[in-house]
Write a protein that binds this ligand. Structure first.
Ligand code: ZN
Length: 346
């Protein structure tokens, strides 16, 4: 029951540390992608410039298909993407495993911080090992499945760009450069997807392990609290979900991609736990009160003008800001309600 400043501090430190592990993976993957592109760009440029020299129009599909140098460069790109896919799998799986392990320890500390002094419980991490291993294995399978189409999709996108062509400039080198930028964009489409997978799957592994650890301590818990980082970069959905209480059996927080909210275990009241003691006051900040006290500029930054106007007029309630949506090929998430839907319900 008693969410003290120590509880909030521990929860914040825990999710920040998890975020750092994820940021490291993101940096490693981004660097590897840049390096891979650098390794193929020269051959690709040379092939394009030669194809375009003296050309009156963008070469047709047959010419492109028959060009050995160009096809060789594209094949090298596909090989590089395969290697990148292996790297995503190993990096993300390792991070998920680290985070799942960490999540179990974090929950123990957060729960202990809410109990009376001297009532700390035994370390349960060893009991949880099997659940943690299962989460890690499931995450690895998901990452493998999600990354399977990456090479094929980026390869297809690059070939489509080539067939579509670009307007010929006077200088074949300029034309080649413009096409290269389109190809790089197609190649990097794989990176964007890889980063989304890295961010969401690792954090979900953390959340699942937190849920397993909380389930293991269900005797002392009443549920879990959705904690968001309440700053001007936070989205309205996360602001609105902050502080909501959920049953332990409910998975989550079902944050949107890039969301870094966490589930904090909440203990039962000290009296319910059998301690005949008055407990300290609950300190979970009320997000709506905090939001209303923010400078105008920050309110605008978080909500946007249209949403903020509806909120100011009282046309929408705080809870209307977040909406659960179902997604193709991915779990449900809570995302910000589009303004057009807010206007409809207002
Ligand atoms: Zn969030």
């Amino acid at each position: 029951m008693a969410f003290t400043s120590r509880t909030l501090g521990l929860a914040r430190v825990a999710i920040t540390a998890a975020g750092r592990v994820i940021d490291n993976v993101v940096r490693t993957l981004t660097a590897a992608w840049v390096k891979a592109w650098d390794a193929i760009v020269e051959a690709l440029t040379a092939a394009l410039e030669r194809l375009l020299t003296g050309a009156q129009q963008w070469p047709g599909r047959r010419t492109l298909d028959r060009d050995h140098a160009l096809q060789g460069a594209l094949n090298d790109a596909a090989t590089a993407l395969d290697a990148l896919t292996d790297l995503i799998r190993s990096q993300v799986s390792a991070a998920a495993s680290t985070l799942a392990q960490q999540a179990a320890r974090d929950q123990a500390a957060i729960i202990d911080s809410q109990l009376p002094p001297g009532e700390q419980r035994a370390d349960r991490t060893a009991f949880l090992q099997r659940a943690i291993d299962a989460i890690t294995a499931r995450t690895r399978q998901r990452i493998t499945a999600l990354t399977r189409p990456l090479t094929r999709d980026a390869d297809t996108a690059m070939r489509r760009e080539l067939v579509r062509g670009v307007t010929l400039g006077r200088n074949p080198r300029d034309t080649a450069r413009r096409m290269l930028s389109n190809l790089e964009h197609a190649f990097n489409g794989g990176l964007n997807r890889a980063l989304t997978i890295a961010r969401t799957e690792t954090l979900d592994a953390y959340r699942q392990a937190a849920a397993a650890a909380q389930e293991d301590s269900r005797g002392v818990l009443s549920g879990w609290i959705w904690l968001a980082k309440l700053d001007s970069r936070g989205c309205p959905a996360c602001w609105a979900m902050h502080g909501t209480e959920h049953p332990l059996t409910e998975p989550g927080p079902l944050g949107h991609p890039q969301c870094r909210c966490s589930r904090a275990p909440r203990t039962k009241s000290w009296r319910d736990l059998g301690f005949d003691l008055d407990e300290p006051e609950d300190l979970i900040p009320d997000a709506e009160t905090l939001f209303r006290a923010l400078p105008r500029e920050q309110q605008l930054q978080i909500m946007g003008a249209a949403r903020l106007a509806l909120f100011d007029q009282g046309a929408i309630a705080w809870r209307d800001l977040a909406r659960r949506r179902s997604n193709d090929g991915w779990r449900d998430d809570f995302a910000v309600t589009p303004v057009r839907d807010l206007t409809r319900s207002a």
